[in-house]
Unconditional design. Structure first.
Lengths: 115, 113
């Protein structure tokens, strides 16, 4: 049981390039999330999904896109990378029995630098 | 709009000391509050989750309390060890938003041998 896995671990992009950050979970969780963490800050939600085929914006969605075609996978797409997208990206998943017990499990993160 | 604050931003203590990390939030309408540990270059590990109807949770040397009316939570670490050195993040699952956790900026803890 690997939990939440993310690839790649590190990536350097040039301004204007595009890439997809991969996220997979093997816990059969229906909820999945993408966060970014800037240096010395907490995490901010980019997008989330409550099930296959359903996605919605979080606090900071601009410059990103997501899709959820399967329960296991939740890729994050960066189009036209900008220096402001330099950050560490975390994927998380959960299976909330109810909102009070919604515990999120996090992947190890992808460290992205845009130059 | 929910905001989460953690004080202090950094803390250095000698090994063996008992310590308290603080978290405050502006809107008491929450589903739960969670404490996470983050090691350098690593992801987040969930330590404790306190539901809105609960007052505290305990796990080993860790005890987290929740006072919704005052918008405060504390994480108590007993008999600290160098292995406790990490950043501790507090996050609330707020009723005013759909499904997002609102995070504080964290407290960076160093336990000196």
């Amino acid at each position: 049981n690997a939990g939440v896995t993310q690839t790649p671990k590190f990536r350097i992009l040039k301004i204007g390039q595009s890439m997809t950050l991969q996220c997979t979970q093997d816990m059969n969780h229906n909820y999945m999330y993408w966060y970014r963490q800037d240096p010395g800050m907490g995490l901010k939600l980019i997008y989330y999904s409550v099930g296959a085929g359903i996605t919605d914006k979080g606090e900071v969605p601009n410059g990103y896109n997501v899709s959820r075609s399967t329960t296991e996978d939740f890729p994050l797409r960066l189009e036209l990378a900008a220096p402001s997208q330099t950050s560490v990206y975390f994927c998380a998943s959960s299976y909330p029995l109810d909102r009070g017990r919604d515990e999120q499990y996090f992947g190890p993160g992808t460290r992205l630098t845009v130059t | 709009k929910q905001e989460v604050t953690q004080i202090p931003a950094a803390l250095s203590v000698p090994e063996g000391e008992n310590l308290v990390l603080n978290c405050s939030f502006t809107d008491s309408a929450i589903y739960n509050l969670q404490w996470f540990r983050q090691d350098p270059g690593k992801g987040l590990t969930s330590l404790l989750l306190i539901q809105s109807s609960q007052r505290e949770q305990t796990s080993g040397r860790l005890n987290a309390s929740l006072d919704k009316s005052s918008g405060r939570s504390t994480l108590y670490i007993a008999a600290s060890q160098p292995g406790d050195s990490a950043t501790y993040l507090c996050a609330v699952f707020s009723r005013d938003s759909s499904y997002k956790l609102i995070f504080g900026s964290g407290t960076r803890l160093l336990v000196r041998p």
